[in-house]
Design a protein around this ligand. Structure first.
Ligand code: ADP
Length: 888
């Protein structure tokens, strides 16, 4: 048996092997130690002395819960089952690894969060020719959505953040491996390895990517195209929009995924029936740090969904809708027509609230068709799964009825896409009982009347009363023995009892078995045969039920495409209805989307804060950015509401491009191609990089990639360095954005020195946050007003926070002194822009540095001892002339 164990172990790589032994799953050697530590199992030992083998285990019915725990800790688990009944096995029981469960390949309902997609990704870097590119593929095994694309290498981290995969396959020799500090993933704390030691810490993001190394050959183009064409049953992949040469990297990544699935799943993957291309130009680009800063799908602090924009939006009633919403939120649109299509649909549902409510009510009766289908096509569905699909199909007509006669293009299209699949519904309804069991081999799921053979078996198993009665009547008539009876006892089984008075009428084929008081008992070959059938009927009925169940499952699987399409339509419908519900509940308005750099919001609110605060307590604010004032510089003390305001603008724009209404009275928004947010430094420390370095890297990326159609949100740039450095950098960044990019920008800062920028830069506008001072106290009104802030109030905030009065008083003195010495009114002009001599876009930080003037230089280098008085005079005159010329 240990040889069997070693073979299984060798076949499953670094996965933890659960080895079925009777009623237990056992682990040995290092696996046992690991499991004991992670699961708190008792570590025992098999055999004693030299051959002692560490061992740990648990009863088989606890598999699911232990499996869930291991997988959530980022551990791969292989399951080795007994392939035959130990009672019937000759010698050693046959065992096989039936599947390998990994974070990215889950299909079990119990191990998946129904509201979250669970992606498996694969990434491959380009060789010499395609060095600047990477191939990325991602699949959701539980629904079968399978994508692949080639990206620029520097976009990899952003794409991985967008997909947010549970597991990612990497070529074992690849420099992309996160462990390699030189790779593009190096130092990206946002891509940590999901591992046991940290997961116990509740502050660690619950969902992080596990990186799995795969052999290089698994990424080869030849293997990939072969596997992919075989999987999809096509000759080439061109039909899906992939070109063998151009998209080689994408295909190689997709191939690696298929290879991994074949190795771990050991089952049909029929639901992976196509590979979808992904075009970056069709979605709003959001880089990884922006995604994080804006807390789009997860919060920054603990990586959870609660508190994120997604959580606020998620009023969906089905799990499919919830996952689909996450997809929309992760991939906002850039095409006006598509966005308007969604907005039209939401508007129609907002306008007819009653219909929308009823629709949502009907949707509640819909099960997760996508995940049901995945289990059905991979042969893992339970009878209850099929029953749930049946119930869903029964609920569909009511949903569809609510959708008919709608005006909006999208709703009408979705209505048309909902296929009621009447023959599948009829089949499921007639085949399955109402309370279907989970187990498929124990019988009890097929409805009476569905299959005559099965009904007979059931009847037989139940004692075959009808058959007995008929047999008894037939025999009685044939023999003329009116008192003939068929009975049963444990010793002889079925018998025919004839009273002594009829003894002379016994036919030939009766064999006497027993004599009782007034009668004789006989058996007949027919009765014995019947008895045999009765006794095996139960077993056979279970077998037949299983067969019928498999047929039913295969029948449904054969129609998977239609059901998928229906599921997809229902998911979208659910999302639209949820967005409409939110819009009505929180008073959102329909945004007007236009081309061009417009940004007009009246009474805008921060969608998340607004939803957390009592209705009406969030202070709404206007935003107006147009050609003559594209850059809004918001100054004001800390805690005034600057971050909230600028994030609110980004989130409103994002919501609009998802196709959602927005938290405002009115909004006209120019389409964005990208949204960038560079926000607060405090949360970055855990990333193990210098805070300032992170800040500057992100700033550099914005300056290098933003376009005139982008929206840029900057919060406290330059905070991570000394004040002068900070102000200078911030200053230069604003100039660059103004001169070179000219995109809508909201820049929040507590450096009020920056407000001088508005004097020299045409489209910079100053805003500040209203603050009321009252008896030496500061009250934040959270209202954004025109103009520059004149005070920093930092010291007031410190007071609010409970810093001792003594420290506060002293700080005030120091402030006064500093202001006099360094940045008094007289010094202000130094900060102003250097007129025409400044080269546009020159990022050299010359604002404060006292540049050494030519004259000074000359003076320093002058050797006075060698100068004649006349020469000295000449030099002096020359210097003076130079200085004069500068002043003009
Ligand atoms: P700053 O960036 O200026 O330091 P924040 O934007 O972080 O300030 O806001 C500080 C706090 O003020 C927020 O946590 C929030 O509770 C509150 N706040 C901000 N804006 C508003 C608003 N418009 N209405 C109500 N409360 C707000």
């Amino acid at each position: 048996m240990m040889r069997q164990y070693r073979e299984a172990k060798a076949a499953c790589g670094d996965a933890l092997l659960l080895f079925r032994m009777g009623d237990f799953y056992e682990l040995f050697h290092d696996d046992a130690r690991t499991a004991a530590r992670l699961l708190g199992l008792a570590l025992t030992s098999r055999d004693k002395g030299e051959n002692a083998t560490p061992m740990a285990g648990f009863p088989h019915h606890q598999l699911e819960s232990y499996l869930g725990k291991l997988v959530s800790l980022g551990v791969r688990v292989a399951i080795c089952e007994q392939m035959e009944d130990p009672r019937l096995a000759k010698g050693l029981v046959k065992r096989e690894v039936t599947r390998v469960v990994t974070p990215g390949t889950l299909t079990d309902d119990a191990l998946l969060d129904p509201r979250e997609s669970n992606y498996l990704a694969a990434v491959i870097g380009g060789g010499d020719k395609e060095q600047a590119s990477v191939g990325l593929a991602w699949v959701e095994l539980s629904t079968g959505r399978f994508h692949a694309a080639v990206f620029a290498r520097e976009k990899l981290a952003d794409q991985l953040a967008r997909i947010d995969a549970a597991e990612c396959l990497v070529d074992e020799q690849s420099e992309l491996l996160p462990a390699n500090r030189n790779g593009p993933l190096a130092g990206q704390a946002s891509l940590p390895i999901r591992g046991a030691p940290v997961a116990a810490d509740r502050n660690v993001c619950p969902a992080k990517t596990l990186y799995t190394r795969r052999p290089t050959w698994a990424f080869s183009l030849q293997t990939a195209t072969q596997a992919l064409t075989k999987q999809f049953g096509t000759a080439t992949l061109e039909g899906f929009g992939f070109d063998n040469e151009r998209d080689a990297l994408a295909l190689r990544a997709a191939g690696a995924i298929l290879d991994y699935l074949a190795e771990t799943q050991k089952t049909s993957l029929a639901h992976l029936d196509r590979l979808l291309p992904y075009y970056t130009g069709t979605t709003l680009e959001i880089d990884e740090s922006t995604r994080r800063s804006l807390e789009i799908s997860r919060t920054m602090r603990d990586g959870r969904r609660e508190g994120s924009l997604l959580a606020v939006l998620d009023r969906t009633t089905t799990a499919m809708g919830s996952r689909h919403l996450a997809d929309w939120v992760a991939n906002p649109l850039v095409n006006l027509t598509e966005i308007d299509e969604r907005l039209d649909a939401v508007a129609e549902l907002v306008a007819d609230g009653r219909m929308a409510d009823e629709l949502r009510e009907k949707l509640r009766g819909i099960y997760d068709i996508q995940r049901l289908l995945a289990r059905i096509t991979t042969g893992r569905a339970s009878p209850r799964d099929l029953a749930h699909l049946g119930q869903t199909l029964s609920a569909l007509p009511a949903v569809k009825a609510k959708m008919t006669g709608r005006n909006s293009v999208l709703l009408s299209r979705l209505e048309a896409e909902v296929d009621l699949c009447p023959e599948i519904r009829a089949r499921l309804e007639s085949a399955l009982v109402d309370n279907c069991p989970l187990q498929s081999r124990e019988g009890g799921m097929i409805r009476a009347g569905f299959n005559a053979d099965l009904d007979n078996l059931h009847e037989l198993a139940a004692g075959g009363k009808q058959w007995i009665a008929r047999y008894q009547a037939d025999e009685s008539a044939r023999t003329g023995i009116s008192t003939l009876k068929v009975g049963f006892n444990k010793v002889f089984g079925y018998y025919i009892e004839v009273t002594h008075t009829h003894g002379h009428k016994i036919p030939e084929n009766y064999t006497r078995k027993q004599t009782v008081k007034n009668a004789e008992r006989y058996i007949t070959p027919e009765l014995k045969e019947y008895e045999e059938r009765v006794l095996t009927a139960d077993e056979r009925s279970k077998e037949l039920e299983y067969e019928l169940f498999v047929q039913l499952r295969d029948f449904v699987a054969a129609h998977a495409k239609r059901l998928q399409a229906t599921a997809h339509a229902l998911a979208q419908l659910d999302v639209l209805a949820a967005l409409a519900d939110l819009a009505r509940a929180r008073n959102y308005c329909r945004p007007k989307l236009v081309e061009g750099p417009t940004l007009t919001i009246r009474d805008g609110r921060h969608p998340v804060l607004d939803s957390l605060m009592p209705e009406g307590s969030f202070v709404p604010n206007d935003t107006e950015a147009a050609a003559d004032g594209l850059i809004l510089l918001i100054t004001g003390p800390n805690m005034a509401g600057k971050s909230t305001y600028i994030r609110q603008v980004a989130l409103v724009s994002l919501l609009a491009q998802i196709g959602s209404f927005v938290p405002a009275k009115e909004a006209t928004l120019g389409l964005c191609d990208r949204i960038f947010a560079r926000v607060g430094a405090s949360d970055e420390l855990s990333r193990g990089q210098s805070t300032f370095m992170v800040e500057m890297t992100e700033t550099a990326r914005i300056l290098n990639t933003a376009t005139a159609r982008s929206l840029v949100i900057l919060d406290e740039i330059g905070r991570g360095t000394s004040t002068y450095d900070g102000v200078s950098l911030a200053w230069a960044v604003v100039e660059f954005l103004h001169d070179r990019i000219a995109c809508r920008t909201l820049f929040a800062t507590h450096y009020h020195e920056l407000t001088d920028l508005a004097k020299t830069l045409g489209s910079v506008r100053n805003l500040n946050v209203a603050v009321r001072e009252w008896e030496d106290q500061v009250v934040f009104l959270h209202k954004i007003i025109e103009g520059a802030a004149d005070k920093s109030y930092g010291i007031h905030v410190a007071r609010l926070a409970g810093v001792p009065r003594e420290v506060n008083e002293r700080a005030k003195q120091i402030l006064a002194q500093l202001e006099q010495e360094h940045l008094g009114e007289d010094d202000r002009p130094k900060l102003a822009r250097r007129g025409k001599t400044r080269r546009v876009g020159d990022l050299q930080l010359t604002l404060f540095a006292v540049e050494e003037h030519l004259v000074v230089k000359q003076l320093r280098e002058l050797n006075v001892n060698e100068l004649s008085p006349l020469a000295a005079l000449q030099v002096l005159e020359q210097m003076q002339a130079e200085l004069k010329s500068l002043q003009q």
